[in-house]
Design a protein around this ligand. Sequence first.
Ligand SMILES: NC(=O)c1ccc[n+]([C@@H]2O[C@H](COP(=O)([O-])OP(=O)(O)OC[C@H]3O[C@@H](n4cnc5c(N)ncnc54)[C@H](OP(=O)(O)O)[C@@H]3O)[C@@H](O)[C@H]2O)c1
Length: 309
Amino acid sequence: MKNKIILITGANIGLGKESARQLSLKGNTEKIYLACRNLEKAIQAKKDLEYMTGRNIFEIILMDISDPDSVKKAVSSLPQAVDALILNAGGQGGKDPLSLSSSGMTNIAATNLLGHMVLVDELIKMNKIKNEVVYVSSEGARGIKGVMKKPNLKTNSVDEFISILNGSFSDPKFDGSEAYGYGYIKYIGALWTSANARKYPHIKFISVSPGNTRGTAGYDNLPTLTKFFFKYLLAPIVMPLIGMIHSIRKGAARYVEVLDNPKIETGSFYASKEGKVIGEMIDQRTIFPEFKNIAFQDNADIAMHSFLK
Ligand SMILES: NC(=O)c1ccc[n+]([C@@H]2O[C@H](COP(=O)([O-])OP(=O)(O)OC[C@H]3O[C@@H](n4cnc5c(N)ncnc54)[C@H](OP(=O)(O)O)[C@@H]3O)[C@@H](O)[C@H]2O)c1
């Protein structure tokens, strides 16, 4: 395995923490940086991981992924180059997903994209990333039948992407029924990743979806009743019965599966088969041609960078 030193964002809980556990058990992993925004939670996660794996290879790096300055500071303080990067932090953008962060992106866009863009740019600028970058997207990026509509873009222009990132996109208007634009944002993330694959051919860039995964903190910011419904009823009881959710082990194993895998091409996006949210993964470019469109990829990259001051 080429990747001995790995940095994972959002590694204190959920899929980030579980992927840290799984990767630490690969024989030649030498160091895993747990990039987290909260020191207390990060210390607890480090202790848990050491206890679970018997390995003393975890280091904390403090980073708020929605704040470019925090990311830049973290990259400067990183004592060595990393071989691989897993851009995992993200989700629904906290309690106020559509409020604007200081960059002008909505909180949900900033959490899933802004800091990750800065992290990649800074690591490349400082020669601190060697092999591989994995961006965590979602099946929501191409729609999930009966759950989340396919993103309804008209032009895929820079302006249209900017309207998604600043929340002014209006057809449909982002609200709870559109998961605050979550699928659109993960779509932009996958396009940006493929743009990077062409921009930086010496590094492999892949997007992956963990699939619909139970046992994470993903539902925790929902209003109490909705949280109860999803977290304690739908995810653990109903969805497993209809084959629509898998365990956190299986979700995180998807990150491990694509990393350091010579069969996986740079610029690809691996997620479940059409109509599925778990099970075997396939390259989404073979079923959704939008992901292959170079102009769309470049427009996503330009739109994201337009939020940097
Ligand atoms: N679970 C699923 O079914 C599913 C499906 C498809 C895609 N995904 C994607 O998988 C990734 C991991 O999700 P998960 O389900 O494991 O969620 P989770 O348990 O809620 O974990 C999210 C992680 O991201 C961190 N994070 C959020 N905002 C951050 C910020 N501004 N700065 C730094 N860290 C931040 C959280 O830190 P705190 O603890 O400090 O909040 C936490 O460590 C996300 O990108 C999500 O969109 C999940």
